[in-house]
Design a protein around this ligand. Structure first.
Ligand SMILES: *[C@@H]1O[C@H](CO)[C@@H](O)[C@H](O)[C@H]1NC(C)=O
Ligand SMILES: *[C@@H]1O[C@H](CO)[C@@H](O)[C@H](O)[C@H]1NC(C)=O
Ligand SMILES: *[C@@H]1O[C@H](CO)[C@@H](O)[C@H](O)[C@H]1NC(C)=O
Ligand SMILES: *[C@@H]1O[C@H](CO)[C@@H](O)[C@H](O)[C@H]1NC(C)=O
Ligand SMILES: CC(=O)N[C@H]1CO[C@H](CO)[C@@H](O)[C@@H]1O
Length: 266
């Protein structure tokens, strides 16, 4: 009997440690622009429509081989998040995604992600990228920060919300109980891109209304606020992309929700 309960306990342990696949999803705030490619393939400033269509022609698969971005002070929130989760009781995670850029943050972490520098939410829908990406990556959880470029390019908020809804539908088609951690957008220096930050603020407000309507019990959309308390002067290196300080903030916000979700889905 003891043996049986031991086996049962093992089974429980086995179930509890089933791998949870987590896809970081977005644009250059999810992965930085590889300096070796910039600006040839990946657009940096988002007001260059031509490079964006050039970028589009590379996506989705077949993918170029990974390009390692080695600046350890830029945008390493995924690395901090991965290390923090795996060392505090959540080792059973696998970051997934098909984007080619890998990041060296000075310590080992799982650099898989779906961050496309310059990408718009609207563009993901127009180009119908996500279904193939999901079919390959097969995430259980999506951690999403996407929409900054839509605001930079002055897209209409209802159109961005419609794109978000389509992306969520595609996620649920891939996995009916997809868990979606949906980040409100970090701020941007107010003088950049014709005052895009004001539009980011509007979009964040719209997200707060849209998300609960689109959320379901089976596939919740959990909105996280990465905007309040984020300082573009001290938390970014260029007015837009997080530096070490900003990375710690993003990581901590995502950590809080993932620490709750991972045990529930594993
Ligand atoms: C890393 O990025 C920061 C911020 O852009 C920059 O100041 C620094 O010079 C870069 N370091 C290297 C080695 O490229
Ligand atoms: C951001 O940090 C700078 C420099 O410390 C400070 O002057 C500014 O007031 C801060 N902004 C916000 C919104 O907290
Ligand atoms: C970025 O983060 C580092 C580390 O927290 C900090 O020392 C630096 O002042 C920040 N600001 C910029 C503009 O790099
Ligand atoms: C790391 O995890 C702890 C909880 O164990 C959390 O309080 C902290 O904010 C996290 N830090 C980062 C950088 O994610
Ligand atoms: C950068 C940061 O941590 N910002 C905020 C994240 O959201 C909470 C509210 O849920 C704020 O208190 C933080 O300041």
């Amino acid at each position: 009997m003891k043996f049986i309960s031991f086996a049962a306990a093992l089974t429980v342990v086995g179930q509890a440690s089933a791998t949870v696949r987590i896809m970081p999803f977005g644009a250059s705030i999810v992965t930085p622009i590889p300096s070796t490619l910039f600006p040839i393939i990946f657009p940096s400033t988002h007001n260059h429509p031509t490079p964006i269509s050039l970028l589009s022609s590379f996506l989705p698969p077949p993918q170029p081989p990974p390009q390692y971005q080695t600046n350890t002070s830029q945008e390493c929130w995924r690395a901090l998040l991965y290390r923090n989760l795996t060392t505090t009781g959540y080792p059973n995670i696998d970051f997934v995604g098909n984007a080619p850029t890998k990041k060296d943050c000075g310590f080992p972490f799982d650099s898989d992600h779906e961050g496309r520098p310059g990408a718009l939410a609207i563009e993901y829908v127009e180009k119908n990228w996500l279904p193939d990406i999901l079919a390959n990556a097969r995430p259980d959880v999506v951690v999403m920060h996407l929409g900054t470029n839509d605001m930079v390019q002055n897209k209409k908020i209802p159109d961005v919300l419609a794109a978000y809804s389509t992306l969520v539908d595609q996620m649920r088609a891939s996995k009916p109980n997809m868990q979606i951690i949906f980040s409100q957008l970090i701020p941007m220096r107010p003088d950049m891109f014709n005052g895009a930050n004001a539009r980011i603020t509007e979009l964040n407000k719209a997200i707060a209304t849209w998300a609960p309507q689109k959320s379901t019990q089976r596939s919740p959309i959990i909105v996280v606020d990465n905007n309040s308390g984020f300082n573009v002067t001290t938390d970014t290196y260029d007015g837009e992309h997080p530096n070490d300080s900003g990375n710690r903030k993003l990581s901590a916000v995502f950590y809080k929700e993932l620490a709750r979700i991972i045990p529930a889905v594993s």
